[in-house]
Structures are given as structure tokens and as C-alpha cells.
Design a protein around this ligand. Structure first.
Ligand SMILES: [Ca+2]
Ligand SMILES: [Ca+2]
Ligand SMILES: [Ca+2]
Length: 685
């Protein structure tokens, strides 16, 4: 029988003779948000294996809200115990789960903080409603406009590494880290902290410290983290600890020996220092899952076993909630032709008895990196992780090609065009059964609407404000404007300038030659005033394609304006001009639709001038495009007969387009460059 004596908040284990069961609330995540009246699915992962002592069985799992028991069950599917908490009223709640094993030993999970309120839930990320989170990393405080559309979890790429925070002893710099955490917290995303103890990118002054000082320093670091970040779902408490079974016989992280010595050494268990570290983490972070994270696992079963040996002593003491596998390209791309073996390796990780968190997945393709091989890797590897019942969620380590740490691992180009892997990943997610969690709610994206975040449900994401000629103003999202839905945009000029264009609220909306557009929006102001709505080139010669004044009152009004463009402009932007008047303006429910009659917009028009050559036609899994005589890149799209864009990207004189994902049928290739637009009809066999 395990005996835990609780002194303060520290567990001091007396003689242990049984491994307690695990209990990890995999859904909802900490800081999840629901609308009042929702039915909330609570999932608990619980096993009674993975420790030093013989495996047992989980007898039951109890669910608690603010320490009050609401449910109990012994029924599970693949170690997940589920309860649906119905009609939840507004408030903030702390959920825990307690598992009891066949020896009568119990373990209570880390807490999960839930927020329930009046505002609707907005779908976030391509995995919304699909049962697991799919997150990414943020390298800086600036957030791409497509982040919330693609991802629903966040890890700071570098900002939370100890060396970034405290390069100089006792001088902590949390600025970037705070911005990244706050973005996650404000949007109720899954937040993973990376990392507390890691023998790389740590402050080098640690190397000179005696254990007592070392421990005091890491406690200071944890205490500051705990004070700043109450809503972290997971923490990489120990990162890259492997050293016995590595590819070159060396420490995975060269500085790990300093941590090993500084935190108390191996001791009787072989891992006393790890136990000390996780005990402290439990104490400081009662509402976060404690994870051990490493790489070189999938392709190295000895490495998995070494990690399992450490996990065992933590499992005996109820100190670990997740097995983290980084899953980088160099360890997993090679499984593209053997997903069955990859599945076995994940099974090994799951024998830890705690959920598997995929923490840094990136794929470039094998045997060599290419867009086509990357697609193949995604198709063969991603589903093995995603569909494994022990995998609780996945974080990709970057997504913008050229900005990821590993060249070739990006799945979107900097200009927002999607690589084949992302086109596939979006479709894969759409094809997954909708289970209603997490992040399930109202659609934030209307595929027909060229405007992103026109309801301002995602804050100001996608929009920016430009002040010209000495004007100054700021935009914010408010929830009491009485406009469309819960949120609306408010812009209050501090210095309104003298002309309407001196203050501009903008979003890029590329337009096509000969196409007709309808713009609708709702607006009001604190006093009767005018604003302009315009579509203007946002750069180069700032050509105005359309501009019209509208008269605002203090009551919300809906406006509809239309125009037909006689040029193609890939850098056109929808703009609201608000300068020249200091009355605050409210804008909401903005849309811009291409309303061109598709029977005339997509003629069967071969390129007459002969400067665009597309072959073969009919095509199968590849399409080659040569564009002669261009002074820069052209933008291409492949559309189906309904006008939906299926593939898009840039062409610099020659491009090979992967078309294996397209089904047989008729397509249109639309090529846009300068003021030229070409549409070519093609057939896929
Ligand atoms: Ca047991
Ligand atoms: Ca310090
Ligand atoms: Ca709105």
C-alpha cells in the first residue's frame, strides 16, 4: 500500500509497494471556454500500468467539480472514461478526476480550469470538433492572421526556454513569452509550456551553482511561471534527458549533467533528481499536466525504454501526466512506408500508462525533402498519431515555410498559399467524424466571404489600422455595441486628422479583372458622421478601385455596395476611411463576396498569346506550367466547376503542380500576374 504523507503541498513517499493508477483529464483542456447551457464532454485517461510494480486494474474513476463529486464510472474505451456534464451554468470551475485501483490506492488528477459564459464558442483550428487539439508554435509576439483558422494550441518556440527568460541571473525577461501566453489565454487555446529543465538553451550561470543554489534558482523560475500563467494545460517539466541510448552515445542535451547534479543526483532510485523536479512542479502547478519530453524515440526503441524507466519511478509516485514525443522529421519521416511499425512504437510509449503528447511534429518527406514527399509523409504518418487512442493531441513545430526551424517542414508559404501537405491535412480533418469537442461552436469562416473575421469573433485578427499624416487612433473589439452577434469593432480617433483617408481600417482582398463584388457591413457612430468604404491597391500606386461615402447615425445600419473591377489586383484591400472626424465608429458583420456570374467568369479560354503553356492536358498526378515573358511571379489557382479553389500558389516561369489529390473531372487553371488574367480549361483523367 502506498503511503503519501502530505506536508504542506509536498509529497514525501514512504515505502511504496504499489503503483497508483494514472488519471489525466485530456478534455476539456485548462482554460477551455463554453457557452452557458452547454453539455461539456469530460474525458479522463486512466490506467494502472507503467510503474515499477505489477500492473493492476482501474476499479473506478470519479469526476469532481470544485471538489464536489458529480459522477463515477468503471466503463472505459481504450482507457478513456467519459462523462457529459449537462447544461452547465456560467462560472469558472475546477475539474478533477480520481482513479482508484484494485489495491484500493487512489490518485487525483491535475485540475482543469473551465470558463463558462454568455458569449458563443467560435470554432478554432482545423481540428475543431474532431476530439483532439492540433497546435503550433509561435516564434514572436506577432500572430499570423491565419493562426486561429488553422490551430487551437500554442507553444512558445523559444521565448519560454529558461535561457531566454533568465540569461542573466535574477534578471527575467518575460515580455515575448507573456504575449504568446496571453494570446493563447485570451483565445482559450491549449497552452503548452516549453520547458522547465532542459540541458540546452539554459542559463549558463547555472553551471557554477552548488545544488542548494541550483534548486533555489529553479524554484524561483517555477514560482514566477506559476504566478504569471495560471492556465497552462501542459508543461514540459523535463526535456531531452536521454543519454544512455542515443544515436551517438552522448547526452541529448549537453547540459543535462548540470541538472542531474544540481537537482540532487541519481540517488537510490537512479532518478532522485527527476523525482525532486516533478514533486516541485506538482506543488507549483496543481492545474497543469506534467510531461517528460524527448526526441529520437520512434526510430529508437531502446530510447523509448530508457524514457519508460524514468517514467516508472514518477508513475510510482503519481508525478507524471504525459509522455511527450517530439516527433521531428529525422525520427519519423522514415516511417512513411511503414506506418504499422510507427504504430507499434506509439504503443510502447503508451505503455507508460499516461497519455502520449506529440509535442514538436514536423515532416519534410523521405527519402529526400520535397513538397510531394512531404505530402506522402503527412498522408502516411499523421493519421497514425492522430488516431492512436493514447495520443491526446498534436503540436506542429512551425508551419510557415522559410520560418520553421527545419527547412522544408513548412506547410504554408509566407504569402498564405498552401503547400500540398496542408491542403491534404485540412481535408483529412474535414473527413474525421465530428465529435463535438474541443473548440466546437460557430463557424468563424464563411468560405464564400473574402473577408476574414468579419464578425470580430477572433478579436482584431486579420484587420489592421493605419494612421496617416499625424492622425492617431486605435481599434478594439467590444461586446456591448448592439451590433451583429456578441463582438464588434470600435475605432476611436485620438487625433482624427483632416481627411477621411488619414485613418484606415484594412484587410487585404485580392480582386480579379472583370469580376463583380458586393460588400456588406453594419456600422454606427457615437455621433452622426460619414465614413468611406473603399477597395484600394494597398501599396505600389495605391490605385482606388472603388470608393463610396456612407452616412452613419448612432443606430446600427446595414450597408451594401457593389462594383465591378476592370483590373486584377492581388494586393487590393478593403478599407474603411474614418479620418477627419473624432466620433467613435463601430463596424461589424463585414463581408465581401465575388458575385460574378460564374457562367461568364469561367469561359473555356485557352491562352491566345501562347505565352502560357500548360501540359499535359488531360493530366493525371502532375501538371506542368510554363509562363514565358513575366516580370515577376504569377499567382495560380485550380478551380473545380463550382468555382472552388482547390490548389493555389505562385509560379516563377515554371511550376510543377501536384494534382494527385484531385478527382477525375473538369478543372480551370486561373493564372493572374500584373493586370493579366488567364483561365485555361483542363481535364483530369
Ligand atoms: Ca496499481
Ligand atoms: Ca533567479
Ligand atoms: Ca459581430
Amino acid at each position: 500500500m502506498a503511503v503519501f504523507i502530505i506536508v504542506g503541498c509536498t509529497f514525501i513517499s514512504a515505502e511504496i509497494t504499489n503503483t497508483p493508477p494514472s488519471a489525466v483529464i485530456t478534455y476539456p483542456h485548462s482554460n477551455a471556454y463554453y457557452q452557458e447551457g452547454s453539455n461539456i464532454v469530460i474525458r479522463v485517461y486512466s490506467t494502472d500500468f507503467g510503474g515499477t510494480f505489477p500492473n493492476g486494474t482501474v476499479e473506478n474513476v470519479e469526476f469532481f467539480v470544485d471538489d464536489e463529486k458529480i459522477y463515477e464510472t468503471s466503463v472505459h474505451q481504450d482507457h478513456t472514461y467519459t462523462y457529459i456534464w449537462e447544461d452547465v451554468q456560467a462560472g469558472e470551475y475546477r475539474i478533477t478526476a480520481r482513479a482508484t485501483d484494485n489495491d484500493g490506492d487512489s490518485f487525483t488528477s491535475a485540475g482543469v480550469i473551465l470558463k463558462v459564459g454568455e458569449a458563443p464558442v467560435i470554432k478554432k483550428g482545423i481540428s475543431a470538433g474532431k476530439g483532439k487539439y492540433l497546435g503550433n508554435v509561435m516564434g514572436s509576439s506577432s500572430v499570423r492572421a491565419d493562426y486561429l483558422q488553422l490551430w487551437n494550441g500554442v507553444t512558445a518556440e523559444n521565448a519560454h526556454k529558461w535561457g531566454s527568460i533568465e540569461g542573466e541571473r535574477d534578471v527575467m525577461n518575460w515580455t515575448t513569452g507573456d504575449n504568446i501566453y496571453n494570446f493563447a489565454a485570451d483565445n482559450n487555446l491549449v497552452f503548452r509550456y516549453h520547458a522547465i529543465a532542459w540541458g540546452s538553451q539554459y542559463p549558463t550561470w547555472l553551471e557554477d551553482l552548488e545544488p542548494e543554489e541550483f534548486q533555489a534558482e529553479i524554484e524561483e523560475y517555477m514560482a514566477e511561471m506559476a504566478a504569471r500563467y495560471p492556465y497552462m494545460d501542459q508543461i514540459d517539466v523535463l526535456n531531452e534527458n536521454l543519454y544512455l541510448n542515443t544515436y551517438n552515445g552522448r547526452e541529448h542535451a549537453a547540459g543535462t549533467p548540470y541538472f542531474r547534479a544540481g537537482l540532487g543526483g541519481p540517488g537510490e532510485t537512479g532518478y532522485d533528481w527527476v523525482i525532486w523536479l516533478f514533486e516541485k512542479a506538482r506543488e507549483y502547478f496543481p492545474n497543469s499536466k506534467l510531461v517528460m519530453n524527448d526526441f529520437e524515440l520512434e526510430n529508437n526503441p531502446d530510447g523509448i525504454n530508457e524514457m519508460l524507466d524514468v517514467v516508472k519511478v514518477l508513475r510510482d509516485r503519481g508525478l507524471i501526466d504525459g509522455f511527450g514525443t517530439q516527433a521531428h522529421t529525422f525520427n519519423v519521416d522514415g516511417f512513411w512506408n511503414n506506418p504499422g511499425l510507427l504504430r507499434q512504437r506509439i504503443d510502447m510509449m503508451a505503455s507508460s500508462g499516461v497519455p502520449v503528447y506529440v509535442t514538436e511534429l514536423d515532416l519534410i518527406g523521405a527519402p529526400e525533402a520535397s513538397e510531394a514527399n512531404q505530402l506522402r509523409s503527412y498522408q502516411n504518418i499523421f493519421p497514425v498519431y492522430w488516431e492512436h487512442p493514447a495520443v491526446a493531441g498534436i503540436t506542429l513545430w512551425g508551419y510557415v515555410e522559410g520560418a520553421t526551424w527545419w527547412t522544408g517542414s513548412g506547410i504554408i508559404n509566407a504569402d498564405g498559399t498552401k503547400r500540398d501537405a496542408l491542403i491534404w491535412l485540412e481535408q483529412y480533418m474535414r473527413d474525421q467524424p465530428d465529435v463535438g469537442f474541443p473548440f466546437d461552436g460557430e463557424d468563424m469562416v464563411n468560405e464564400e466571404n473574402m473577408v476574414y473575421n468579419g464578425e470580430f469573433n477572433l478579436g482584431t485578427s486579420g484587420w489592421n489600422v493605419q494612421n496617416n499624416a499625424g492622425a492617431s487612433s486605435s481599434m478594439e473589439v467590444v461586446n456591448d455595441a448592439g451590433m451583429s452577434g456578441y463582438y464588434a469593432l470600435r475605432i476611436c480617433p485620438d487625433n482624427a486628422g483632416t481627411a477621411s483617408w488619414h485613418i484606415q481600417i484594412r484587410q487585404q482582398t485580392p480582386i480579379l479583372n472583370g469580376h463583380s463584388y458586393t460588400i456588406t457591413f453594419m456600422a454606427k457612430a457615437d455621433e452622426i458622421r460619414n465614413i468611406d468604404v473603399a477597395v484600394q491597391q494597398d501599396g505600389q500606386s495605391f490605385n482606388t478601385h472603388f470608393q463610396q461615402q456612407v452616412n452613419l447615425t448612432t443606430e446600427p445600419q446595414e450597408f451594401t455596395v457593389s462594383f465591378t473591377s476592370s483590373v486584377a489586383d492581388p494586393i487590393a484591400a478593403l478599407k474603411f476611411y474614418l479620418g477627419g472626424n473624432s466620433a467613435c465608429v463601430y463596424i461589424d458583420n463585414v463581408s465581401m463576396m465575388d458575385v460574378t456570374d460564374s457562367s461568364t467568369s469561367l469561359p473555356n479560354m485557352m491562352n491566345k498569346e501562347g505565352n502560357i503553356n500548360v501540359y499535359p492536358n488531360p493530366f493525371s498526378d502532375k501538371l506542368f506550367v510554363d509562363v514565358a515573358d513575366t516580370s515577376g511571379s504569377s499567382y495560380y489557382e485550380i478551380l473545380n466547376i463550382n468555382g472552388q479553389v482547390l490548389v493555389e500558389g505562385l509560379i516563377n516561369s515554371h511550376k510543377t503542380i501536384s494534382t494527385e489529390l484531385l478527382t477525375a473531372g473538369i478543372y480551370f487553371l486561373r493564372i493572374m500576374g500584373g493586370n493579366e488574367l488567364e483561365i485555361i480549361k483542363l481535364i483530369k483523367n
